[in-house]
Design a protein around this ligand. Structure first.
Ligand code: GDP
Length: 437
């Protein structure tokens, strides 16, 4: 247990009520400031006056939570006082006077991790829950907070540990018929490999839930990309003019389609740049294109197919794309397209719902609820490394080489739950938290 006792407001500034959290070995000292000794009635939220000597600073409520059944695993207390900044400042000053110190970013959760109340993946989920931008992202974050990632990683770890102990037995007693465990090795490694591969596949779904489905609008100037983007967003974000080449940069806007977060990228188009600003825009467009989940190839449905359109169709063939015939409010031009195109009008809004549905149908992740879902980039990288180590073990000619690979795989998995992780990684993770968490 750490020596110092920390405090921080846990609620946002400006609310009607402020919740101030205290955690550490001396948390019980908070009773000095209160009109009732809350340490005598643990886990009971009581009406109290907060006092500075003889002066009443505020009326509120307070609770004392003895260790170890608390968020941090340490003795904790909470004061609920009025939310005005003068009141909060005064109460915080009184807590400093008790010998407590202000908490650092994420320090409560960090203590929970250090004291074994949660593993690292769960601690990271705390942030994801708070920052979730859509209901599906929230669901994945809550599952992770409840240990879905930890359990999935634990299953793979136990497969690998079984495999390792089989190898160790075979190495220790090479002459004995201890080959049962050893014979199971290929099966065990295959099971571990498949499990990780599945987690990685689900991870793509997780990434979408966290970061949004990446939808890139492509098309030659004036086909109506900016208008379409605005129509899909329902607001005026991009600059729309009748002149070619006004969208100089890649715009990145966020929307939610049917519970799925979506990022819409409007590009300056893939065309020869006229000046420096456009050149930068074009290179960013190519980058957005490379990372897209869905490409919307926007065509001017009222104009014949131009050479630029044909080049774009050729360039995006084989990618997940939707051909969009914009300006369907105008008389349609004849055009030959490699596949059916969706008629829409950014001007009237016709066809937009069908377009949203088509985007989700093409790329939205399957909703197999309840499955563990690794959504965190750091976890996915660790799974990738673990998978590579398991593949190396499968290919190893010697048993002791295989054992070394499996130990490496276990170390990679350990970075996810935090059993085997560099202090600097932990610092970086908690530095992203806010104070009071
Ligand atoms: P971008 O260069 O591809 O981004 O195209 P803009 O969104 O700037 O649109 C170019 C021109 O086409 C503007 O004058 C828009 O008002 C017009 N436009 C865009 N969408 C439609 C549409 O659905 N119907 C009609 N009639 N005009 C449109």
């Amino acid at each position: 247990m750490r020596e110092d006792t920390i405090f921080a407001p846990a609620s946002a500034v400006g609310g009607a009520v402020a919740v101030i959290r205290i955690s550490g070995p001396d948390a019980a000292r908070v009773a000095r400031l209160l009109s009732a000794d809350v340490t005598k009635t643990p886990r009971e939220l009581r009406f109290v006056r907060v006092r500075d000597g003889a002066e009443t600073v505020d009326d509120g409520m307070a609770v004392y939570l003895p260790a170890p059944r608390t968020y941090t695993g340490e003795p904790m207390a909470e004061i609920h006082c009025h939310g005005g900044s003068c009141t909060v400042q005064r109460v915080l000053a009184l807590l400093s006077g008790c010998g407590f110190r202000p908490a650092e970013a994420g320090e409560f959760t960090r203590r929970a991790f250090v004291n074994g109340k949660m593993d690292l993946s769960q601690a990271e989920a705390v942030m994801d829950v708070v920052n979730a931008a859509a209901q599906q992202s929230l669901r994945a974050a809550v599952a992770q907070l409840n240990g879905s990632v930890s359990r999935a990683v634990g299953e793979v770890e136990s497969l690998l540990l079984d495999a390792l102990s089989g190898i160790d037995a075979a190495l220790d007693y090479p002459d004995e018929a201890e080959t049962d465990a050893y014979a199971a090795l290929p099966e065990q490694l295959k099971a571990a490999q498949e499990r990780i591969a599945r987690l990685l596949a689900e991870g793509r779904r997780g990434r979408v839930l966290r970061d949004g489905l990446r939808v890139v609008l492509l098309g030659r100037p004036n086909v109506g990309k900016s208008s379409l983007l605005n129509a899909l967003l329902g607001s005026e974000r991009a600059i729309v003019t009748g002149q070619a080449g006004t969208t100089r940069d890649v715009l990145d806007e966020r929307a939610v389609f049917d519970g799925v977060p979506v990022r819409l990228f409007d590009t300056a188009g893939i065309r020869e740049a006229q000046d420096e600003a456009e050149r930068i825009g074009v290179s960013r467009a190519r980058e957005a294109l490379a990372r897209a989940d869905v490409l919307l190839v926007v065509l001017d449905g009222a104009a014949p197919l131009a050479a630029e359109d044909a080049a774009l169709l050729a360039e995006t063939a084989g990618r997940p794309r939707i051909l969009v015939r914009n300006k369907c409010d105008l008389p349609a031009a004849d055009m030959e397209l490699p596949e059916a195109a969706l008629p829409v009008s950014a001007r009237t809004g016709a066809g937009l719902d069908a377009l949203r549905t088509a985007i989700l149908a093409l790329a939205a992740p399957q909703q197999d609820a309840g499955d563990p879902c690794v959504t965190n980039e750091r976890h996915l990288r660790a799974l990738d490394c673990a998978l590579a180590s398991i593949r190396a073990a499968q290919a190893a000619a010697e048993l002791d080489c295989a054992a070394t690979d499996l130990r490496a795989a276990l170390r990679h998995l350990g970075t996810i739950t935090g059993t085997d992780v560099d202090e600097r990684v932990i610092d970086r993770i908690f530095a992203n938290f806010c104070v009071g968490k």
